[in-house]
Design a protein around this ligand. Structure first.
Ligand SMILES: [Zn+2]
Length: 351
């Protein structure tokens, strides 16, 4: 049974990667940037969980394919128990599930049954099916918040000022992270078509910066054109899209990071091993989480609660938070990096 599930999962991974390769060949990067970012955060309205890793990519790809305008997904059982109905003829989308432990029952000397959780040497693959909210009748309407220009601007400022490495905005046309100097260089923001473009590029470079050896320690030594270079680019691109979708920022426009140059190598590494996409997704999520947590912590210190995939809520101050609030100056001092004004600089290795 488990072997069969493994085969089914691998087959579905292959199909997904083929689909993504087709997108890349069309020049769409991983995902088409015209898609609403809120659709890029597949979530379960019953369990309140977000789908992660490979399942996240799977459900995003399906959303794009079918043109869904709803990021919610439920299982047949969940729909049924909530009085929602799956429309006739609708097909579910496969998600993978890995089982890492099992419960073993034994009887102790008093005849009592004891349950013990045992970690498995090798996780067991399994799968389940989910349906998009648009395939479901009677499900409550989806509410979506959109950011105003000021709110987007605030997000940009908060991310930049909380970056773990220096970020420089310089009047030139390249965006890159330099692992040697641990610095991000961006074109000045006036050069971008929109705030969202600027944010997308900033996020991409910030994801690279999480790969630094003192942070998530990814291989950043790959030379241009190598597999490890392509892999890191895939992580950065996925991480930026993940972060934008988590925040509910519009995905659009062009990047300053020179993508077209590594699309070919992405296709190669994905064709050689479809699992590369899933590995990259896991790495991208780690980076996303690290960047997001710093940001959320900062908002928290400023007494604003971050609502994922939507706007902020102002908290009522509790005693505990009041304590935290006494330290924001220090926190800011520790984390803020000044952005030097336009200054000419030699071009560093691009990332
Ligand atoms: Zn890059």
């Amino acid at each position: 049974m488990s072997n069969k599930a493994g085969e089914i999962i691998l087959e579905s991974r292959k199909k997904l990667v083929e689909k993504i390769i087709k997108n890349i060949e069309k020049g769409d990067l991983i995902f088409n940037k015209n898609w609403d970012s809120q659709m890029m955060m597949p979530q379960n309205p019953v369990s309140k969980a977000n789908y992660l890793g490979g399942n996240r990519i799977r459900l995003i790809a399906e959303t794009i394919d079918k043109g869904y305008k709803d990021p919610r997904w439920v299982t047949f059982k969940q729909a049924e128990s909530n009085g929602w109905n799956i429309r006739k003829g609708e097909k579910g989308t496969l998600c993978e599930k890995w089982i890492f432990s099992k419960v073993e029952k034994s009887v102790d000397e008093n005849g009592k049954t004891i349950e013990k959780e045992i970690k498995l040497d090798k996780p067991i693959p399994n799968y389940f099916y989910v349906f998009n909210a648009e395939q479901v009748e009677n499900i409550p309407k989806l509410e979506i918040n959109n950011y105003t220009k000021n709110e987007t601007n605030e997000i940009i400022e908060n991310f930049i000022s909380n970056s773990e490495c220096k970020i420089k905005e310089i009047a030139q046309s390249k965006a890159y992270y330099n692992p040697r100097t641990d610095e991000i260089v961006l074109p000045s923001r006036e050069a971008f078509k929109s705030q969202e473009d600027f944010l997308a590029t900033t996020f991409h470079e910030m994801v690279h910066s999480t790969g630094h050896k003192d942070r998530l320690d990814r291989d950043l030594t790959g030379i241009y054109g190598s597999d490890s270079y392509a892999r890191e680019e895939l992580v950065a691109e996925l991480g930026a899209v993940f972060l934008q979708s988590k925040l509910g920022i519009k995905l659009e426009g062009e990047h300053f990071d020179n993508h077209s140059a590594y699309l070919k190598s992405w296709i190669e590494i994905l064709k050689n091993d479809p699992n590369e996409l899933f590995r990259a997704a896991v790495q991208a999520e780690k980076a996303e989480e690290r960047l997001y947590q710093r940001y959320a912590k900062y908002k928290e210190l400023n007494n604003e609660k971050v609502v994922e995939n939507g706007k902020f809520e102002i908290n009522k101050i509790s005693e505990k938070e009041d304590k935290l609030l006494n330290t924001p100056k220090e926190y800011e001092k520790k984390n803020k990096t000044k952005i030097p004004k336009k200054k000419k600089e030699k071009e560093e290795k691009e990332r």
